[in-house]
Design a protein around this ligand. Structure first.
Ligand SMILES: Cc1cc2nc3c(=O)[nH]c(=O)nc-3n(C[C@H](O)[C@H](O)[C@H](O)COP(=O)(O)OP(=O)(O)OC[C@H]3O[C@@H](n4cnc5c(N)ncnc54)[C@H](O)[C@@H]3O)c2cc1C
Length: 422
C-alpha cells in the first residue's frame, strides 16, 4: 500500500471549497511547486488567479519527493554550450544555479518553514573510472557554475557512508535538503496570502481557445481565463495532448526505514548528507529531517509497479549498498511520477496565452519552485520573469503520444551497463 513518510505528520493543504469564478485573468492547472510558485507572482501583480488540482494540493510529486536540493540540469555545461553556443549555453547553465539560490533565499532570508538543511551531497563512484571522472570534474569546473566540491578518496569513503561499494567520490557542499510537504504548505500559504484562489479535487478536462482567451472545462463547470498555465509535470494527461507528447512520465519509488535511532543513522551516513552515486540507474538517500530514519529511493522496477510490490526490492537495493542495514524494515513505501523530456531539460514558454512550465527530469525541488516563479512573472508581464530557457524548442518524437513504451528496454540496458561498470 502507498504510504508516504512526509505526510504522516504534515498534512497537505486543504483549501476551503469555493464557488468557481466565471472568469479569471490566470488559471493554473496543477497545484505543485510550479503552479503555487506561479500563482503567488500573478496574484501579487494583481491578476485574479485560480489554481486547480485534480487531487489534493501537492499530491503530485511535490508533496512526496526526496527533498534533495542540488544543481539540477542533467546536460553537462559543455553539452549546453555545444547545443546553444557559448553565450546562451552559459546563461542556460547558470539558471540551475539561480534555482538553488532562490530556494536557499526563501528558506533562509524569508524563513520559509521547510526544514532546510544545508549539509551537502556525497556522490559515490561505483568504478575507478568513474572516480577518475569525478575527480577531473571537480578540478576543471566551468567558472560560471563552479560550486564548493571536495574529492573523497577511496580510503576516506567511510567518513561519508558505511559502504564498500564506492571507489571514492566527491562532496557537493552547496547542496541541501528540505521537507517536501512542508515546502508545499509554505508555497501554498504564500500564493493564498497574495490573493490566489486554490481548489483541490477539481480536474481540468479540456482547454478551448476563444477570442478573448480560453474556456477551461473542469469537473465543476467551465471557467473563462485570459491566460492558462500548464503545471502538470509527470501527471500531464489527455486534456493536454501537445504537452503530453513532450514529457515522459517515469515512476520514482521511495521507502522510509523504521525509526532506527540517530546513532545508527550516523553510522550509515556520518555527515548526515544526501547521498547518490554514479550508476545510470540512480539511487538516492538521505536521513529524515529528525535524523532517525533513512529515506531511500530509486528505480526499482523495469515496468511501472506499485509501492507495495517494489518495497522489498528497494530494501534489497539499500542493503546491497549498506549491508549494516540488513534486517531493517521499511515502514513506508510510495511512488510518484516525474517528467523527463527528450533533451533532458525543463521547458517553459507560451503559445499565444497558453503557458507551460514542466519537465524537471526528476529534480524539480529547486527548479520547479524557481521556474514556476519566473513563468508566473511572465504571465504578469513582468520583465524579471525572463529566463535563458525562454523560447528554446520543446522537442517530441514521432509516434510518441505520452506512453513511454521504450522505458523498460532502456532501464534494462542501463542496468547492464552499470553491472559492466561502464
Ligand atoms: C519519489 C520522488 C522523489 C523525488 N525526489 C526529488 C529530489 O530529491 N529532489 C528533486 O529536486 N526532485 C525530486 N523529485 C521530483 C520533484 O518532486 C518534481 O520535479 C516536482 O515536485 C515537480 O513539481 P510540479 O509542481 O511541476 O509537479 P507536481 O508536484 O507533480 O504537480 C503536478 C500536479 O498537476 C496535477 N494535475 C495533472 N493533471 C491535471 C488536470 N488535468 N487538472 C488538474 N490538475 C492536474 C496533479 O494532480 C499534480 O498535483 C522526486 C519525485 C518523486 C516522485
Amino acid at each position: 500500500m502507498q504510504r508516504c513518510y512526509w505526510t504522516d505528520d504534515v498534512s497537505l493543504p486543504a483549501p476551503p471549497d469555493a464557488t468557481l469564478p466565471a472568469s479569471v485573468d490566470v488559471l493554473i492547472v496543477g497545484a505543485g511547486y510550479t503552479g503555487l510558485s506561479a500563482a503567488r507572482e500573478t496574484a501579487r501583480a494583481g491578476r485574479s488567479t485560480l489554481v486547480l488540482d485534480r487531487g489534493a494540493v501537492g499530491s503530485g510529486c511535490s508533496g512526496m519527493n526526496g527533498g534533495q536540493v542540488a544543481y539540477s540540469f542533467k546536460p553537462s555545461f559543455d553539452t549546453l554550450v555545444s547545443r546553444h553556443g557559448r553565450e546562451l549555453g552559459e546563461r542556460v547553465a547558470v539558471e540551475a544555479r539561480h534555482a538553488v539560490e532562490n530556494l536557499r533565499r526563501l528558506a533562509t532570508e524569508e524563513a520559509l518553514d521547510c526544514d532546510w538543511q544545508p549539509r551537502g551531497t556525497f556522490v559515490g563512484a561505483h568504478t575507478p573510472k568513474h572516480f577518475a571522472a569525478l575527480a577531473r570534474e571537480a578540478e576543471s569546473q566551468p567558472a560560471p557554475i563552479a560550486q564548493r566540491i571536495s574529492v573523497v578518496s577511496r580510503a576516506d569513503v567511510h567518513r561519508e557512508v558505511a559502504s564498500d561499494l564506492y571507489h571514492g567520490g566527491y562532496v557537493l557542499h552547496d547542496d541541501a535538503s528540505v521537507h517536501p510537504a512542508k515546502l508545499v504548505n509554505a508555497l501554498y500559504r504564500r500564493a493564498v496570502d497574495a490573493g490566489a484562489v486554490v481548489q483541490d479535487h477539481c480536474e481540468v478536462l479540456g482547454i478551448a481557445r476563444t477570442r478573448e482567451g480560453f474556456e477551461v472545462r473542469t469537473a465543476r463547470g467551465t471557467v473563462r481565463a485570459r491566460r492558462v498555465l500548464v503545471a502538470t509535470n509527470g501527471y500531464t494527461g489527455p486534456a493536454l495532448p501537445w504537452h503530453r507528447r513532450r514529457v515522459i512520465p517515469i515512476g520514482s519509488y521511495q521507502i522510509a526505514t523504521e525509526d532506527i535511532g540517530a546513532e545508527r543513522v550516523r553510522q550509515v551516513i556520518p555527515q548526515l548528507r544526501n547521498v547518490g552515486d554514479t550508476r545510470r540507474v540512480i539511487i538516492y538517500l538521505r536521513p529524515s529531517p529528525d535524523g532517525r530514519r533513512i529515506l531511500f529511493g530509486g528505480r526499482a522496477a523495469l515496468k511501472e509497479s506499485n509501492a507495495a510490490l517494489v518495497r522489498p526490492r528497494l530494501v534489497q537495493m539499500m542493503t546491497e549498498v549498506f549491508p549494516s542495514l540488513a534486517g531493517v524494515e521499511a515502514t513506508h513505501a510510495w511512488v510518484g511520477f516525474v517528467a523527463f523530456t527528450f533533451d533532458t531539460m525543463p521547458h517553459l514558454g507560451a503559445d499565444n496565452g497558453l503557458y507551460y512550465c514542466l519537465g524537471y527530469c526528476g529534480q524539480g525541488v529547486p527548479t520547479a519552485t524557481y521556474f514556476g516563479m519566473r513563468i508566473g512573472q511572465q504571465m504578469a508581464d513582468l520583465t524579471e520573469g525572463r529566463t535563458a530557457l525562454d523560447g528554446l524548442a520543446f522537442p517530441s518524437r514521432p509516434l510518441y503520444y505520452g506512453n513511454p513504451w521504450f522505458l523498460a528496454p532502456s532501464i534494462f540496458a542501463y542496468r547492464a551497463l552499470d553491472r559492466l561498470g561502464l
